[in-house]
Every structure is written in structure tokens, then in C-alpha cells.
Design a protein around this ligand. Structure first.
Ligand code: SF4
Length: 329
């Protein structure tokens, strides 16, 4: 089933997923059989230059697996991922890391505590042999300044910095090779609320100054609404709706997107996505429901939803995978 959506008027995507599936072998019990868990199922997706594409969904929906495949650290079981039309699984890791970098959730564990800030930020330049010692130092200080880290931190260690400052170090390290795409995996969720908005504003400014493209994974819909130009909603390994952020938040079209947004009408957006109470709990990914995987929880399910997988509808508003889009008004 084709899920391609190109909201950018046909421009060539930077990243493209074609029918990507990722399975994991899972042992069911001590003596039970080995089962295949499909964390991502036949996903088609395009990321265009300048996009901030947010992946959103409940825990277990497959967004982290999808992000790890985009980083190239996890190969798809089926399908392919292309960067500028070339399969990323065929490009060497060093080459890939020049173009695609990541900022992770936890700046405490992602920085080597025994290395100085200057050494951490400059490591990619040294690995890629980008210039001599003097020019590497100069570039490192320039990058530190760009992310708001004073030069005096060059010889400091991570434990001498605050959480927000450490995340700035992680961002500087990710950007020093001038990548085109940055995968931001919950970039603020380990930080104090008071510094979260500073880091989000920094990421927004850097995107504009450096012409970056982000893939954003966040459980915080407030963050997504603030930053995302495009939102892809995932349910049990499928992208069930993709649309520009403003349209998706104001007019969700898939019943799951609607439920997701309704569930977080809360004065505290940092509460994130709770377990959605739809009367039926999130299904077991080892035995996904037949037809539309959302049908046991869907208040608008039709007879056919239990038996037949819904078609993917592409139109000017985005992409939706639901039988309701098939029903004449
Ligand atoms: Fe609900 Fe049917 Fe649409 Fe699935 S296909 S979301 S069950 S209406």
C-alpha cells in the first residue's frame, strides 16, 4: 500500500522510506515459540529539506524503531531507506554520519565524563580528519559559541555543566560536521522544565541559520505543535495520518489522531501522551488486530474495518489510512 505524501510540491526528498518493515524475533515465554514482532510495518515516508517532521504516537507504536533506522543504526528487514536517492544501508557509516546526526534524550549518558567539552565537540572533526589542530580548535570554539556555550567551558568536564549546558554540548557535537538532517530523539524530556524552552528555541534558531532538517521524536504534543512543520502519527507500526502540523492539530482526520489529541487537553503539556482510555487497551504488537489495527478501539468503526485493511488516501491535506475517507459524504 502506498503511503507516499509529498507536501512540498514534488521536490526531491532528502530522506525517503519505501515500504519499510522492521521485525524482531521475540521468544514467547521460557519454552514458547519464537514469534516475529513487526515494530514497523510497510511504512512509506518522505522528509524534505527544511522539514521538521515529528513522529508521534503512544509508547510501543514504532517511532523509536523508525528513528533508529533513519539514523542507519538499525537496518530494515524489508524495504529501503534512501538519502538523496541512495540507499543508506549501502553507504559507509562515516559517510552517513557526515549527513545525518542525532541528538538524544539524555545528555548525562551521551557524553563521555572523562573527556573535556572541547574534546567531545571536536571528536567528529578529528575522526573525519577535518583540518589541523589549530583549525579544529577554532571551529570547535565557533560551534560552542553558536550553541551558547562560553569558550571557558572548552577545558571543562561534563559533570561541571548543568543539564541544559550538556544538551548544548550534544547539539554542538551533532552539528560540527554540518549535517543536513538531525534526528532529535526526545531532545528536552530529560531536562528541567525551565530549560526545555531554551533548548527548543536554540534548535529552532539553528535550523534557520544552518538550513537544517529535523526528524523530531517527542511524547510532548506541546513541543510538536511548537516545532513541527509535518506530523506523522504512528499506530502499531503504521503511519495512519500525515499532514502539516497546523492542519493536523486543528483538523485531525484519522480517529486515532483525534483520540490522541483529545487525550492531552491538559493545562500541563509536559504530561505528554498518557495511555489513551478508549475502553480497550493498546493491542499486543505480536498479534495485531485484523483489518484496521485500530478497529477494537475505534468509536467510528465500520463493518469492514475488522476484515479489510484501510486504503491510504492522499490529497491536498495530507495522507490518511482509514475507511472513513472512502465513504461518500
Ligand atoms: Fe476506525 Fe475503521 Fe478508520 Fe480504522 S479504518 S480508524 S476502525 S473508521
Amino acid at each position: 500500500m502506498n503511503q507516499h505524501a509529498n507536501a512540498n510540491g514534488g521536490t526531491e526528498p532528502l530522506l525517503e522510506l519505501r515500504d519499510v518493515t522492521r521485525s524482531f524475533a521475540v521468544k514467547s515465554g521460557l519454552f514458547g515459540p519464537t514469534l516475529q514482532l513487526q515494530a514497523v510495518r510497510g511504512v512509506n515516508l518522505s522528509v524534505h529539506r527544511g522539514d521538521v517532521l515529528a513522529l508521534v504516537g503512544e509508547s510501543g507504536c514504532g517511532k523509536t524503531t523508525l528513528a533508529r533506522m533513519l539514523m542507519g543504526v538499525l537496518p530494515p528487514t524489508e524495504g529501503e531507506i534512501l538519502y538523496r536517492g541512495q540507499s543508506i544501508s549501502k553507504s559507509p557509516l562515516a559517510e552517513r554520519s557526515r549527513h545525518i546526526q542525532a541528538v538524544f534524550q539524555d545528555p548525562y549518558s551521551s557524553l563521555n565524563p572523562r573527556k573535556t567539552i572541547g574534546s567531545i565537540v571536536s571528536l567528529p572533526l578529528r575522526v573525519h580528519r577535518q583540518g589541523g589542530a589549530a583549525s579544529i580548535r577554532e571551529e570547535t570554539l565557533r560551534m560552542m559559541d553558536m550553541v551558547g556555550l562560553p569558550a571557558r567551558f572548552f577545558d571543562s568536564y561534563p559533570n561541571q555543566l548543568s543539564g541544559g549546558q550538556r544538551q548544548r554540548v550534544a547539539i554542538a557535537r551533532a552539528l560540527i560536521l554540518k549535517p543536513e538532517i538531525v534526528i532529535c530523539d526526545e531532545p528536552t524530556s530529560a531536562l528541567d522544565v525551565s530549560v526545555q524552552s531554551q533548548i527548543l528555541n536554540l534548535l529552532t534558531d539553528l535550523r534557520r541559520e544552518l538550513n537544517l532538517t529535523y526528524v523530531l521524536i517527542s511524547h510532548n504534543l506541546g513541543v510538536i505543535e511548537h516545532m513541527a512543520t509535518e506530523v506523522a502519527v504512528m499506530y502499531l507500526g503504521r503511519i495512519v495520518e500525515k499532514a502539516p502540523g497546523t492542519a493536523l492539530f486543528s483538523q485531525p482526520r484519522h480517529p486515532y489522531t483525534d483520540a490522541l489529541l483529545s487525550s492531552v487537553i491538559t493545562p500541563d503539556p509536559d504530561l505528554g501522551i498518557p495511555t489513551i482510555d478508549l475502553g480497550v487497551s493498546f493491542p499486543n504488537a505480536l498479534s495485531p488486530p485484523s483489518g484496521c489495527a485500530f478497529h477494537p478501539r475505534c468509536a467510528r468503526a465500520l463493518d469492514r474495518c475488522q476484515r479489510i485493511a484501510p486504503p491510504v488516501t492522499h490529497d491536498s491535506k495530507g495522507t490518511v489510512e482509514c475507511h472513513l475517507l472512502d465513504v461518500a459524504p
